[in-house]
Design a protein around this ligand. Sequence first.
Ligand SMILES: Cc1cc2nc3c(=O)[nH]c(=O)nc-3n(C[C@H](O)[C@H](O)[C@H](O)COP(=O)(O)OP(=O)(O)OC[C@H]3O[C@@H](n4cnc5c(N)ncnc54)[C@H](O)[C@@H]3O)c2cc1C
Length: 288
Amino acid sequence: MYLKSFDYVAPKSMEELLQVLKENPDARPIAGGQSLLPMLKLRIFDPGLLVDLMYIKELQQISLVGADEIHIGAMVKHSRVINAPEIRENVPILSSTAEHIADIQIRNRGTIGGSVCEADPSADYLPTLFVLDASVELQSLNGIRTVPIRQFIVGPLTTAIDEGEILTKVIVKRNTNNFAVEKYARRQADFAVASVTAICDVQSDGLIKDIRVAVGAQRNGPVRLEKLERAVVGKNRDNIDISEIAQSARDELDPLSDLHGSAEYRKDVTVNMLKRVLSQLILEGGRD
Ligand SMILES: Cc1cc2nc3c(=O)[nH]c(=O)nc-3n(C[C@H](O)[C@H](O)[C@H](O)COP(=O)(O)OP(=O)(O)OC[C@H]3O[C@@H](n4cnc5c(N)ncnc54)[C@H](O)[C@@H]3O)c2cc1C
């Protein structure tokens, strides 16, 4: 279907951008356009005005802040998340996650801010940002606020962003612990049917100091498996039955059910992925 006609502006500064958004309540920001343009073609949205974020320099920056924070501008593309040394060296799980997104063309256009604002329940970044306890910075003419990612994602395709606000950056803390990113999709470049991401810190004596696990492709957005985490942390790997722990996480899952897979099927796939991820991180981690 052809796009409906709309007006277009490309502000050159943050001030100009925020002013345009304030004056035009029906305006919609466009980042890489990889999710928005298909939706405009399907006529799911009918914005009077598209506001291009491409020329706002602040949104392109990646910076190391203080001892352990990495601030990633909303307009940083997936391909840059994969390759930027600041991200690869300090949060390798995020670079590895971006490698799973779509194909090279989409990774060269799509942005981290666009993906987070889209809040697709099967998107790849979200489970990883959940295990990293990331937060996002939002800015409007009323000021700046920082919101934990788990509060920002309200539901499928729904976020806590207010009218006139823009997501300016994603903030993550340095984390170089062992990690795993697993995704199952029907074809290469598809969204996940099931996905698991996890970070784990196992000491050389087998003590599990920290573990964080999240699953994607869930009905209301990613889920942190907190019961599983509590069952494992502080224990020694020699006293853990990985298979039983992965099975018991089944109760915490609430997957989507659609033409790509029923909820039951997705639960089975996710539990199997959990077994693999936990074995890899807990049984093999921390060994010299
Ligand atoms: C064929 C195909 C396959 C794909 N496969 C995958 C996949 O496997 N995994 C995956 O994770 N993703 C996948 N995607 C989605 C892709 O990652 C997109 O890049 C991403 O979802 C949106 O990023 P964007 O920069 O293109 O945002 P846009 O499409 O420009 O915007 C998306 C939404 O966010 C809003 N928005 C954008 N930036 C901001 C901001 N800074 N502040 C406030 N609102 C903002 C827009 O108004 C819009 O509502 C796929 C997309 C396509 C077309």
